[in-house]
Write a protein that binds this ligand. Sequence first.
Ligand code: PAF
Length: 277
Amino acid sequence: VRVVATIPEVRQFRRTRGGSLGLVPTMGYLHRGHRSLVERARAENDAVAASLFVNPLQFGPQEDLANYPRDFERDRSTLEEAGCDLLFAPTPAELYPPGFQAVVELPKVAARLEGERRPGHFRGVATVVLKLLNIVGPTRAYFGEKDAQQLQVIRTLVRDLDVPTQVVGCPIVREPDGLALSSRNVYLNEKERGAAPVLHRALRAAEALYRGGERSAEALRAAMRATLEAEPLAQTDYVAVTDPETFDELESIGGPAQLVLAARLGKARLIDALRLP
Ligand code: PAF
């Protein structure tokens, strides 16, 4: 994998490699979930690029920017093994030079849930993703479905601003006990790690009700809440049953629905998601 840190080097790569290009944007500390994105990109494109950038613009002042886990050498070799051709690892000054001011706002889809708990978070995500898409010019860009609202924010951004990239959502990769892979799982101590599959169990409880014919969104929310509350190490942040396009809360489920939830376990704030049907 060729490692570059500047925008002109990325543009040069894009000019010299014709054909289709898949981009996997990441914040590093890569796990099997990221690897599955790179493999999918590899299978669907002539070349694959990944970006590694812990984006300061999407972290709130009380959040874990300084402590966010980092291991550049391990990430580089993971990408090498997965068949990535280019790794773009810019400094903050490369993406946000002095005078930088343009940001992207999505006032509806980004308003609730993660957007409400983490003010400015989706502005930071949308801005950096638009920049990365403009810099790299990929045919397709790959994102995990765990960050379901983020994925919808990005789909909306690409649609509304006519970005000529296809956004590809990829299935959540889980540990055998159901915990969704996340770079933030390293914050869990042993006991919290044991308790963490409760997020997935809560989603499964709601899914089981749905499969049994329940169509009241409140009944599904109550099942998710009750499952989370039964785990003393987990503090529920939110549970929601939303319209997958708008992320508005549903009252009853007449078509596709997106289940999302967030909970704190010790220092870790974890999210998970499941799509119905
Ligand atoms: O999901 C992530 O890792 C980040 O939010 C992303 C999409 C790379 C933007 O910084």
